[in-house]
Ligand binder design. Sequence first.
Ligand SMILES: CC(C)(COP(=O)(O)OP(=O)(O)OC[C@H]1O[C@@H](n2cnc3c(N)ncnc32)[C@H](O)[C@@H]1OP(=O)(O)O)[C@@H](O)C(=O)NCCC(=O)NCCS
Length: 189
Amino acid sequence: VWAAIEAQCWPEDLAADEAKCGARIDAWPEGQWGAERDGRLVGVVTSQCLSSAFLKSGAATYARLTDHGAYGASHNPSGDIFQLVAVSVSPDARGMKLGRLLVDHALDFARSLDGIARRIGFTRPIGYHLHSDMKIDGYLDLRDENGRWVDPVLDFHLRAGARVTSCHADYRPEDGDALGYGVLIEYPL
Ligand SMILES: CC(C)(COP(=O)(O)OP(=O)(O)OC[C@H]1O[C@@H](n2cnc3c(N)ncnc32)[C@H](O)[C@@H]1OP(=O)(O)O)[C@@H](O)C(=O)NCCC(=O)NCCS
């Protein structure tokens, strides 16, 4: 069922298939949550823990940092970094704060874990392909007339208190909407 939500929410190349969803649950069942509505799974938030040493030891890419989305070789139960990997809500259940509820639940859980010093995520600037004439830093700062970030995913996180730490080209080259970029955000503890 989780894989069906993925397929509804992510471009084909980026969606986790059944094997990956199963591998995530095997790696760290406590870090995977779903939201139900009328008895139906409509949203998922997925996370893992990393050690700072692992984060620093190589390129900031989705493939390396999440073991291609399966977490088997990346999740470290004694890691000091809690990583929100993705949040997905079915299109017909969006706009009801389920995404926020899921992320806040995961962030609260991270606070309850011993030894967590940072709560991070590599988020996708999904509207960057529409502004590819701009430098990425300028795009990340772009606001609309109401002061909201033009990028909807950044807006989702930054309005809730996350901060941008750094920006990484080739984080996920197959992410055409984000032109491959990953934006490292951090929710202060
Ligand atoms: C991001 C996502 C989980 C939000 O789910 P949700 O339940 O609608 O979230 P909420 O109701 O809590 O918050 C809505 C906010 O999400 C943001 N948002 C992020 N992506 C969005 C999208 N593709 N479409 C519309 N809003 C989006 C907006 O800021 C929106 O604010 P608004 O309701 O004031 O317009 C959902 O849009 C989704 O599954 N998107 C596809 C997967 C994805 O890109 N995930 C994020 C990267 S990990």
